[in-house]
Design a protein around this ligand. Structure first.
Ligand SMILES: Cc1cc2nc3c(=O)[nH]c(=O)nc-3n(C[C@H](O)[C@H](O)[C@H](O)COP(=O)(O)OP(=O)(O)OC[C@H]3O[C@@H](n4cnc5c(N)ncnc54)[C@H](O)[C@@H]3O)c2cc1C
Length: 379
């Protein structure tokens, strides 16, 4: 796709930022310490990366989904974990409030979120309900002006250092998704705690843990959206979240291709550079072709969202394809690196680990196939 000048400038801004701030020394340190530098997060906020689509009146950039995916892609090309920090406020956390929040809630939470002063994760998954996200066991029982929340959310990105969390809980004993309602839960409330930080294989530097709710009293003013509309609203957020994951995957896949090309031009075997062996050159040609197709799907899904089309279908297709080919490109790029790809020190080793989650979170590839086929067959 040939981008209008505005998006070329946005891409340049994100690329320059990533290349200047997220140096390999800093990224190695993040892997070692498991901590992402706070000063870089502050700079990301100042660059406007946390509120790309958030309207200006709530402190955001007031831009669109195409700007969002271009930014995420460029950050992910340099650092997948860095792109997660950009993705989260723009997609699930911030979107939940944009989609369903009252004017007062938008004013109260969005501005500090885009300025990087507060962190608001998205708490949908439970230990027994990942793909089957509607099977929510966390309960909310009315008690005067309050709701008493009990339950456990699992794999919640940024939970260990969150200020608030969107929590999906079930009101009443109706069947299936009936009664599922979103709450904005202050993480300092009595009864809220977080589990042990997960030891992840990739995206190191952005902590993930359970959120545990034990008799947590949440005021009714902190209900997000209508009572019972939680599942529908969560799925609307996931349409945008999946777009963000697709953009992350496209960025990481680009990095995998870049590393393969670089190494194939440096390494000689049998007296020839690797790229002079036709099987390697053709492997890289296939990688470039699939990456191009994935990027076009990502941009198409963003434009579909910006122009009011069927985002559910377009985002699921983009997320499914981009995340699958990202894994394929990571594996092939590592293969081209031979034994050196298997040891720390070469960038491809981290890219391979980081890429693995893209076919899993925000709906696995199998769930995307279900979403796409349901759209096709109208079920
Ligand atoms: C690093 C990380 C960060 C995350 N961040 C968040 C977050 O911030 N907030 C949040 O709410 N969640 C988060 N998640 C949770 C994530 O969305 C879930 O892990 C994901 O949806 C899959 O659920 P599960 O792990 O329970 O796997 P399961 O649902 O148990 O799936 C196991 C396998 O079965 C397959 N499967 C399941 N159902 C079907 C079916 N009907 N047909 C065919 N195959 C099926 C799946 O595709 C998968 O291969 C995160 C996960 C990870 C790993």
């Amino acid at each position: 796709m040939i981008f209008p000048e505005k998006y070329q400038l946005i891409r340049k801004l994100a690329r320059d930022f990533a290349e200047k701030e997220l140096t390999s020394e800093i990224l190695d340190e993040v892997e070692d310490t498991k901590v992402f530098p706070k000063d870089i997060l502050k700079k990301m906020a100042q660059a406007g990366f946390f509120g790309i689509k958030v309207p200006r009146k709530y402190g955001g950039q007031g831009s669109d989904h195409l700007a969002y995916v271009v930014t995420v892609e460029e950050i992910a090309r340099v650092s997948a974990v860095g792109s997660l920090y950009v993705n989260s406020p723009n997609s699930l956390g911030g979107m939940s409030i944009l989609v369903a929040g009252t004017e007062e809630q938008k004013m109260r939470y969005l501005k500090p979120m885009v300025e990087g002063d507060i962190v608001i994760p998205f708490g949908l998954t439970e230990p027994g309900g990942g793909s089957d996200a509607g099977d929510i066991r966390t309960t909310a029982v009315k008690d005067g002006d309050y709701y008493i929340l009990n339950g456990r959310k699992t794999f919640i990105t940024m939970a260990p250092f969150a200020d608030y969390s969107i929590i999906y809980a079930k009101i009443g004993k109706g069947p299936g998704k009936e009664g599922v309602t979103a709450f904005i839960v202050d993480m300092t409330l009595p009864g809220v705690s977080v589990g042990k930080e997960e030891e992840k294989m990739g995206l190191i530097g952005c902590a993930t843990s359970d959120v545990i709710l034990e008799d947590v009293r949440v005021h009714k003013d902190n209900i997000l959206g209508e009572i019972g509309s939680g599942f529908k609203d969560a799925m609307r957020c996931l349409d945008v979240g999946r777009l963000g994951v697709a953009a992350q995957a496209a960025g990481v896949a680009q990095a995998c291709l870049d590393e393969a090309v670089k190494y194939a031009k440096e390494r000689k075997q049998f007296g020839k550079f690797l790229y002079e062996h036709q099987s390697i050159a053709f492997m890289i040609a296939d990688m470039a072709t699939k990456l191009k197709a994935a990027k076009e799907l990502v941009y198409d899904a963003a434009l579909t969202k910006d122009h009011g089309g069927n985002t559910t279908m377009a985002s699921a297709i983009a997320k499914y394809y981009a995340s699958e080919i990202c894994n394929e490109l990571a594996a092939k790029s590592l293969q081209i690196h031979g034994g050196y790809g298997f040891v720390r020190g070469f960038k491809i080793e981290r890219l391979y680990r980081d890429s693995r989650v893209f076919t899993i979170y925000e709906g696995t590839s199998q769930i995307q196939q279900i979403v796409i086929s349901r759209q096709l067959f109208g079920k």
